[in-house]
Write a protein of this length. Structure first.
Lengths: 361, 343
C-alpha cells in the first residue's frame, strides 16, 4: 500500500514526483452575496494506480476541487489559486486547448447522477464514440465499434443493440455503467469519480465499485473517489482525505484514518455511520450543528463551532488561530489537540459506545 | 435491471406509432373543427342583426322579408341550417338564392354573393405566404440573435441583443408598418410597395413585395424568441449533461451547438406551436396595414358586413390551419427529443 507523500517545491520544474499533486489549491466564487471560499489551501498527492477517497459533507469542497483539476469552473466568476501538477504539467495555468485535449483522454470524470449527466438527445453509442473520435481521430465506424467494446467491457448485455439506445431507455445502474464506459473509452490515467454510486441502490453500488476496481487492476488507472460514504472508502480506497469547509481535516491511508482517526470531525463522521455489528438500540451520533457558511467561515479552526472539545487545547487557540494539517507526510490532521489527548478521548468514546451496546444486549 | 428496453431501433414500431398518432390527432382535429363551427354558427345568431333584412333593402314588406329568408335558407330551425351547411362541405348543396354549389361548399357570401370557398382559395396563398415567410424570419432571426447573446453572455453584444429585443417587443404592427413603408418605400425607394405577386409567376417579385410585411409582422415575435433562446441556452449550458460534455473534452463550439442547442429548442418549438394562432392574428393586422388581399381582410369584412357564410368559412379555415400546424409541431417535437413518444 502506498502512503501519501508530500514532495515537490511549488513553482519549480519537477522531477519524478507523484502522478498527481495538488498544492495549496484555492477556489473562490464571486457571488452576489460576496466571495465564497469553496476550497482554501488544499494539498494532496495521488500515486499512479492507487485510489484516493475524498470524504466530507456536502459543501466541503470535494467536487469543487475535482472540477478544478479538470478546469471545468466558469472562469467568469471563479478565481483559482495554487498549483495542480499532473506528472510534469501544471494544469491551472494551462490554456484552453491543452485542457480540452486532456479532458476525456488522460483525465476522465464520472458524475453522480447518470440520468442528468448524460445527454438525453444522443444515443449512448454516440456519446461514447464522440470522445474516441475527438481524442483518437477515429472514424464513425471505429468509434461505434469502440463504443460496443466499451459497453461489453463494463458488463452491459447485448452491447450491439444497446449502443443505439438513448439514456432514458437504460436502468440507473446500466446508465452508470455506460457513463463509466464513456469515461474509460480513451484509457485515461486519472479517473475522477464524483459520488458514482450515490444515486444507485446498494446492490448496484457494489457492482459498480467492483467494476471500477477491476478496471483499475487491468489498466493501472489512478482514481479519485469522491464520496460521503465511509463504507465505500473502506472498500475501495488506498488513501483517504477528509475535507471540511474547503480544507483538509485529516489524511492518511484507509487503515490509519478509519482505525485511528485523529480529527474530531472524522470521529463524528465515523460515529454517525451505522454498523452492522452494533445493536440497533445504540443511537447514531451525528455531528451536531450544520456545515459552516463558506461566505463567512468561522474564525480559527473552521470546525470549532461543532467540536466537542474546543477549549481542550487552550482557552483561545481553536477560536482564534487556524490549525494547519500536520505533519508533512503520512497520517496527519488539522487539529491542535496532542496525540495523547486524542487517543485518550477516542478510547473514552469507544468504551462509552461499547458499554451502551453491552447494556442493551 | 431485468426491464427490457423498448425496441427503439426497430423501425417498424416507430412507423406504426407515427401512423396511429397521426390518425388519432387528425380525428381529434376534426372534432375540434366541428365544435368551433357549431359555436360560431350559434354565436352569429346571438347577434341581434338580421342579414335577410339587409338583403331586402330599405323598404321591406314582411312578405318579401319572408321570401328572402326562405331563399337564404334562414327560415329553418338553427340545427337544420347547421346540418345543411355541414353536409354542403362534403356533398355540395342547392341554394335557392344562389343556385348550385358543388362540394366543398361553404355557401355564398351574403355581402358580395361570391362563393365562400372560392374566395378563400383565392386569398389563401397571400395569408399563407405572409405567415410562412414571417415564421422563417422570426425563427431565423430570433434564434440566431438569441444564440449570439447566449454565446457572449454578459458582454456588450449580449446587452445589445437583449436591449433591442425589449424594444422590438414593445413595438406595434400598425405603428412600425406605416413608418417603415414611408422610409423604405416612399423616401428611399429600397423595396417595392407591398402587394402579393404569386410565387409561381415571379418568385423574386413575390419575395421583394412581401419583404416589408414579413419584417413588420415578425418584429414583435422575433424579440420574444431572442429572449427565449438566450435564457434557454444559458439554462441548458448550466445543465449536468453539458458539464459532462465539457469533461469529455468537447470544444466550446461543440458543447454549444451539439448539446445545449438541442435542449434549448424544445421549449421554443412548444411556444412556437402556441404562437401560430397569434401569428395568424398578426397576419390579419398586417394585411390591413398594407392592404394585402388575404384571408384576414376577408375576415374583417365579413364581421363588418354580418356575413355569416364568409365568417364561418374563414373561421373554419383559420382553425384548421392552426390545428394542422400544431400536429406538425408535435411531430417535430418527437424528432428533437427522443424521450417524447408519439402516443
Amino acid at each position: 500500500m502506498t502512503t501519501v507523500s508530500w514532495s515537490g517545491e511549488p513553482g519549480t520544474s519537477r522531477g519524478p514526483g507523484p502522478f498527481l499533486s495538488v498544492r495549496d489549491l484555492s477556489v473562490e466564487f464571486s457571488t452576489e452575496d460576496g466571495v465564497v471560499h469553496a476550497v482554501d489551501g488544499l494539498s494532496f498527492d495521488l500515486e499512479k494506480g492507487t485510489t484516493l477517497g475524498i470524504v466530507g459533507e456536502s459543501g466541503s469542497g470535494k467536487s469543487v476541487t475535482n472540477l478544478a483539476i479538470l478546469g471545468l469552473h466558469n472562469p467568469a466568476y471563479t478565481r483559482i489559486g495554487g498549483e495542480i501538477w499532473l506528472e510534469d504539467r501544471e494544469l491551472i495555468s494551462a490554456d484552453r486547448a491543452t485542457m480540452e485535449k486532456l479532458r476525456g483522454d488522460r483525465v476522465a470524470m464520472i458524475f453522480q447522477d447518470p440520468l442528468t449527466a448524460l445527454s438525453p438527445f444522443h444515443t449512448i453509442g454516440r456519446q461514447i464514440g464522440e470522445v474516441y473520435r475527438k481524442h483518437r481521430g477515429a472514424s464513425k465506424k471505429e468509434a461505434r465499434d469502440r463504443a460496443v467494446e466499451m459497453l461489453r467491457r463494463v458488463g452491459i448485455p447485448q452491447p450491439e443493440v444497446r449502443v443505439d439506445h438513448y439514456p432514458h431507455e437504460f436502468s440507473g445502474g446500466m446508465r452508470q455503467r455506460a457513463m463509466i464506459a464513456m469515461a474509460l473509452v480513451c484509457d485515461p490515467d486519472l479517473l475522477i469519480a464524483d459520488e458514482p454510486t450515490t444515486a444507485l441502490d446498494v446492490t448496484v453500488q457494489a457492482q459498480i465499485l467492483d467494476l471500477l476496481k477491476d478496471l483499475q487492476q487491468q489498466f493501472g488507472t489512478s482514481i479519485i473517489l469522491i464520496t460521503h460514504d465511509l463504507g465505500v472508502v473502506a472498500n475501495t480506497a488506498d488513501n483517504v482525505l477528509v475535507m471540511y469547509a474547503g480544507r483538509a481535516a485529516e489524511r492518511g491511508t484507509v487503515r490509519e484514518v478509519l482505525r485511528e482517526p485523529r480529527h474530531p470531525y472524522t470521529w463524528g463522521l465515523l460515529s454517525s455511520m451505522p454498523r452492522l455489528n452494533s445493536s440497533v438500540d445504540v443511537p447514531l451520533k451525528p455531528v451536531r450543528g450544520t456545515p459552516p457558511s463558506l461566505l463567512n467561515p468561522p474564525s480559527g479552526c473552521p470546525f470549532h463551532p461543532r467540536c466537542d472539545y474546543p477549549r481542550l487545547a487552550g482557552p483561545e487557540l481553536c477560536f482564534g488561530q487556524r490549525p494547519d494539517i500536520s505533519p508533512e507526510t503520512g497520517h496527519g490532521d488539522a487539529c491542535y489537540l496532542t496525540l495523547a489527548q486524542k487517543s485518550e478521548l477516542r478510547t473514552a468514546q469507544t468504551e462509552q459506545t461499547e458499554d451502551r451496546t453491552e447494556d442493551r444486549a | 435491471m431485468g426491464r427490457r428496453a423498448p425496441a427503439r431501433s426497430d423501425r417498424w414500431s416507430t412507423y406504426e406509432t407515427m401512423t396511429s398518432f397521426l390518425v388519432r390527432r387528425i380525428l381529434g382535429a376534426l372534432m375540434i373543427l366541428l365544435i368551433i363551427s357549431a359555436v360560431t354558427f350559434y354565436l352569429f345568431y346571438a347577434v341581434p342583426r338580421d342579414p335577410a333584412r339587409a338583403f331586402c333593402g330599405k323598404i321591406c314588406p314582411p312578405e318579401t322579408l319572408q321570401l328572402v329568408r326562405h331563399n337564404l335558407g334562414m327560415d329553418e330551425p338553427l340545427f337544420v341550417q347547421y346540418w345543411h351547411w355541414l353536409a354542403g362541405i362534403f356533398a355540395g348543396r342547392e341554394l335557392v338564392q344562389f343556385g348550385d354549389c358543388p362540394a366543398p361548399c361553404l355557401g355564398y357570401s351574403f355581402a358580395t354573393q361570391e362563393p365562400v370557398f372560392g374566395a378563400i382559395v383565392d386569398r389563401f396563398p397571400v395569408t399563407l405566404s405572409l405567415t410562412f415567410g414571417a415564421s422563417i424570419v422570426i425563427l431565423a432571426f430570433g434564434i440566431v440573435t438569441g444564440m449570439i447573446a447566449a454565446w457572449k453572455v454578459g458582454q456588450p453584444l449580449d446587452k445589445i441583443a437583449s436591449a433591442s429585443s425589449v424594444i422590438g417587443a414593445s413595438l406595434q404592427i400598425y405603428f412600425v408598418g406605416p413608418l417603415l413603408a414611408f422610409y423604405l418605400v416612399d423616401t428611399m425607394q429600397l423595396i417595392p410597395r407591398p402587394s402579393y405577386v404569386p410565387i409561381t409567376d415571379d418568385p423574386v417579385g413575390w419575395f421583394t413585395h412581401l419583404l416589408l410585411p414579413w419584417v413588420v409582422l415578425s418584429i414583435i415575435f422575433t424579440a420574444n424568441y431572442t429572449r427565449m433562446t438566450r435564457s434557454q441556452m444559458v439554462e441548458q449550458l448550466a445543465e449536468d449533461y453539458v458539464r459532462t460534455a465539457r469533461a469529455k473534452g468537447m470544444s466550446n463550439r461543440t458543447v454549444f451547438f451539439r448539446f445545449a442547442w438541442r435542449g434549448a429548442m424544445i421549449p421554443i418549438v412548444t411556444i412556437f406551436g402556441v404562437d401560430l394562432a397569434t401569428l395568424l392574428g398578426g397576419a390579419i393586422i398586417t394585411e390591413q396595414t398594407f392592404t394585402l388581399h388575404g384571408i384576414g381582410e376577408l375576415a374583417v369584412r365579413a364581421v363588418q358586413n354580418n356575413d355569416l357564410p364568409m365568417l364561418l368559412g374563414v373561421t373554419i379555415v383559420g382553425a384548421a390551419m392552426i390545428v394542422l400546424l400544431n400536429i406538425v409541431v408535435d411531430v417535430l417535437y418527437a424528432f428533437i427529443d427522443p424521450r417524447v413518444r408519439l402516443t
